[in-house]
Design a protein. Structure first.
Length: 78
């Protein structure tokens, strides 16, 4: 989805940008799963096993930390 920008060009919607970030995150998790294992990905995402469908973090810093940890682990595997 795009919107007209003030300069006459088009600008991506915030929803589109967030969706693209989510797909990149998912690809990183899938790659790590193939390199390591599902359990390692789960430990990075939810180290204390407290996330459920009805109880999860609303803090953006939590998710930034998860992505940083995934990236570090992927870099170590190369």
């Amino acid at each position: 989805m795009v919107y007209p920008a003030p300069d006459g060009e088009f600008s991506e919607s915030i929803r589109c940008k967030v969706f693209a970030e989510a797909m990149n995150d998912m690809r990183a998790m899938e790659l790590l799963r193939t390199i390591a294992c599902s359990e390692e990905v789960a430990r990075i995402i939810d180290p204390d096993s407290s996330i459920t469908l009805s109880h999860f973090s609303y803090e953006p810093d939590h998710y930034r930390s998860v992505i940083n940890q995934l990236a570090l682990r992927l870099m170590k595997s190369n």
